[in-house]
Design a binder for this molecule. Structure first.
Ligand SMILES: *[C@@H]1O[C@H](CO)[C@@H](O)[C@H](O)[C@H]1NC(C)=O
Length: 431
């Protein structure tokens, strides 16, 4: 599978889909020896926590770098440690724990853009955040450290210990913060062929260990995270509620039982008409570059898109390996705007509480990419084939040019059209 094709959410069956790891038959994993690794040995202690009390309408805004194609991933720079060091993290609403590739004596790690992280302070096993990362039958039994393991659907995983460190943030008000937050200090075991140049994963899920939950538990911002990804690449990520007017946002409620950001089941419509698929369970996942529909819905969508192209100057580009379905036009294209007139929007329609329909519209720009050969490709893939069973994943491609808000206080997901090119309130940037 190509880089970024299968996203982070694949953690449906396991603990959490963190990295957009590619799958591979190669299983040349690194071995992990917990006994030999004692991160307490030589590290300094972290500085004190600064408390911020005014959490009403405050936000933290972070620029996001990357794109759906060709890079297939996004990254956010966080400053962690004392003194603060920058790290590139893959933002993932499909998993909870933030972790960094760590300096593990005697371990060969994958290359990282920055010197590997050295932890300063362990989180004890009795900590509720540790408990939230463990399987149900877990008992501490006198252990002082908290081991964790996150497994990815494609065979990769992150193993390590839970530590605490200072994160440096600036609120959009300008206030500088340095909360102590828990993170994983670990390393990835992944198929050696899949090489992603990243320091770690930024976990933004619904669980206790996610950065969102931790920032909210410390009273810094409300338990809300959102992102705005531009179809021109880049965008921004935010914590808290200071960047949008709730009344302008389309909201869908999330059933409590889901571990994931899921507004429940949706009906698939194409060009405003029902496709007959009414019971699709949907998950929003920033860790997935593309959008996935379960087999039958995927086949139906592909059929309808092809039908729209009949009589138009496109033919299937069988020689283009970029994605399963690509078309060659009369000339090579540069960007999706060149071809949108040949395609119709589709939408996911959620049960609505009020009068108006709760609809997540996906215009052609949010389901097509232009390949390096100048062909148009369908950025919606067969999720059943990718191992997602019945789940349907709204990936980055379909969240472009919208602000998508994960509202964990009211258990809602919201979206609103937005221009994501400019990061709001530039003084909120990391310094
Ligand atoms: C991550 O972001 C930084 C700075 O924004 C950029 O220089 C770097 O190339 C990005 N890395 C990846 C893997 O996208």
């Amino acid at each position: 599978m190509k880089k970024g094709e299968v996203g982070l959410v694949m953690m449906l069956i396991t603990v959490g889909l963190g990295l957009a790891l590619s799958s591979s038959s190669s299983r040349d994993y690194y071995e992990y020896d917990r006994d030999r690794w004692n991160p307490l040995a030589s590290y300094r202690t972290a500085s004190s926590l600064s408390m911020v009390l005014n959490r009403v309408r405050s936000s933290i805004v972070l620029p996001v770098d990357g794109n759906v194609y060709p890079s297939g991933s996004y990254n956010v720079t966080l400053l962690i440690g004392n003194p603060p060091q920058p790290y590139f993290l893959d933002p993932d609403t499909g998993s909870d724990l933030t972790w960094l590739q760590c300096d593990v004596p005697g371990k060969r790690c994958t290359d990282t853009p920055h010197p590997r992280y050295r932890p300063s302070e362990l989180v004890i096993c009795e900590d509720p955040i540790c408990a939230s990362l463990q399987p149900g039958d877990y008992r501490c039994e006198g252990l002082q450290q908290c081991d964790y393991e996150i497994e990815y659907e494609d065979g990769g995983s992150s193993l390590g210990v839970l530590v605490k460190d200072v994160f440096s943030f600036k609120l959009s008000s300008g206030t500088q913060l340095s909360p102590h937050l828990a993170l994983g200090c670990g390393y990835v075991r992944l198929p050696v062929s899949s090489h992603r140049f990243i320091d770690g994963v930024l976990g933004l899920g619904r669980g206790k260990s996610s950065l969102t939950s931790q920032l909210s538990a410390q009273g810094i911002v409300r338990n809300i995270v959102g992102h705005c990804l531009s179809s021109r690449g880049g965008g921004y990520l935010f914590f808290g509620d200071g960047l949008y007017y709730p009344s302008r946002v389309t909201w869908a409620s999330m059933p409590h039982e889901s571990k994931h950001y899921s507004p429940g089941i949706a009906e698939l419509t194409f060009a405003g008409k029902s496709t007959g698929f009414r019971n699709l369970p949907i998950i929003f996942d920033s860790g997935s570059s593309y959008t996935y529909l379960s087999s039958q819905a995927y086949q139906a969508l592909a059929f309808l898109v092809k039908k729209e192209l009949m009589g138009k100057p496109f033919e299937e580009a069988i020689d283009d390996p970029t994605l399963p379905l690509c078309w060659k036009g009369p000339r090579p294209y540069k960007n999706t705007q060149d071809v949108t007139k040949y395609f119709k929007p589709f939408a996911l329609s959620f049960p609505s509480t009020g009068k108006s329909k709760t609809q997540f519209e996906i215009p052609p720009e949010s389901y097509l990419i232009i390949s390096s050969k100048g062909n148009v490709c369908l950025g919606v893939l067969d999720g059943t084939e990718a191992g997602l069973q019945n789940y349907n994943i709204v990936g980055d491609i379909s969240m472009q040019d919208k602000m998508v808000i994960y509202e964990n206080e009211r258990q809602m997901i919201g979206w609103v059209l937005a221009s994501c090119d400019k990061v709001p309130k530039s003084k909120a940037f990391l310094t």
